[in-house]
Ligand binder design. Structure first.
Ligand code: EAX
Length: 327
């Protein structure tokens, strides 16, 4: 009798447990970026936030911390790895310190046809590179765009590689980028983005390199009058999320929605970034910048030694595969 009653009681408990609707918790994911609210990063993340809210009935949303309020890109990637921050959209600048696989993107002139390179980045090769972060407790969701980086300075017009000689140029804290400017005979100065404007204003550095959209939205034209459309690096932006949050705080259905939304927002952001690129050279001219157009072939030769320096670390096959993907 007693046994029977216990059985019923157990069954009732099991019923209640399974019948109770699984309440998806509302989650607000903090995303850190170093760029400001008029940037392509911010606008792309706003799009992602909109898609997530729509598709999860508001259960998932983003809170975007812009302008390096939460620190540098390196701080953000470290935070996502440790779990003190949920997400970031970061250039590959600091990623080489976490896994060497991302360094392929940092090679000068490795990507020249970005539309063809998108397919490579969004396919198995890109996935392999993103997954190299799993060991750091980070899930790489998708590869967005920062853009082609161009050289600005306050000293002189730059057309030939020799013109860069002796210029003190702020670079991201990235070994491949630093080696590239060393090969040009410039004085590369690694520095977080948040300190850059003041450094140029106070002439601690002569110049910097960034995509046009950042030169415009961060108002670098106020402190730099020379712009060389060198396009020496193609800078992707990687959307990262803490692995514990991804695996334990989100349901399987939410992860599927998230992956799809992250790919859609990526496409939107890339389009927006390309659109900006087509008009901003003119805009920056009208703001008083002197715009020059260096011959990329000549520049590529001038920094060819960087490939030799890093091919052992990055892998010859991977390098060749990315080059072939653009043929
Ligand atoms: O990821 O630091 C830089 O120059 C980057 O282009 C910027 O933070 C965007």
């Amino acid at each position: 009798m007693m046994k029977k009653a216990m059985c019923w009681a157990l069954a009732a408990i099991v019923c209640v447990l399974f019948a109770a609707p699984v309440q998806a918790e509302k989650m607000v994911l903090r995303v850190s970026i170093t760029l400001d609210p008029s940037s392509h990063y911010y606008k792309g993340l706003e799009m992602l936030d909109k898609l997530l809210k729509e598709r999860t009935n508001g259960d998932l949303s983003l809170e975007i911390y812009h302008s390096a309020q939460l620190g540098s890109e390196r701080d953000a990637v470290e935070g996502v790895s440790l779990g003190t921050l949920e997400m970031t959209l970061s250039s590959t600048g600091p990623l080489g310190n976490f896994t060497k696989d991302f360094m392929i993107f940092d090679l000068p002139f490795i990507i020249q046809d970005r539309e063809k390179a998108y397919a490579w980045m969004d396919g198995p090769e890109g996935k392999r590179i993103l997954d190299s972060l799993l060991g750091q407790n980070i899930v790489g969701l998708s590869i967005w765009e920062n853009g082609f980086r161009h050289l600005t300075n306050s000293q002189r017009p730059v057309v030939n590689p020799e013109d860069a000689k002796g210029l003190k140029i702020r670079l991201m804290e990235n070994p491949v980028h630093l080696a590239t400017f060393r090969a040009l005979g410039a004085y590369p100065t690694p520095m977080p983005f948040g300190e850059l404007f003041t450094a140029m204003q106070q002439k601690t550095v002569d110049g910097q390199e960034n995509p046009l959209v950042i030169i415009e939205t961060s108002k670098f034209y106020e402190v730099q009058n020379q712009l060389a459309l060198s396009g020496h690096f193609y800078s992707p932006a990687i959307l990262l999320i803490n692995k514990t949050v991804w695996e334990e705080k989100l349901t399987e259905a939410q992860r599927a929605i998230f992956m799809e939304a992250a790919a859609e927002a990526r496409d939107w952001e890339r389009n927006y970034s390309r659109e900006m690129d087509t008009k901003l050279a003119e805009t920056l001219k009208s703001r008083g910048m002197n715009v020059t157009e260096p011959d990329k072939k000549v520049w590529k030769e001038a920094v060819a030694s960087v490939y030799k320096e890093f091919e052992g670390t990055i892998g010859k096959d991977a390098i060749q595969s990315l080059i072939d993907a653009q043929k």
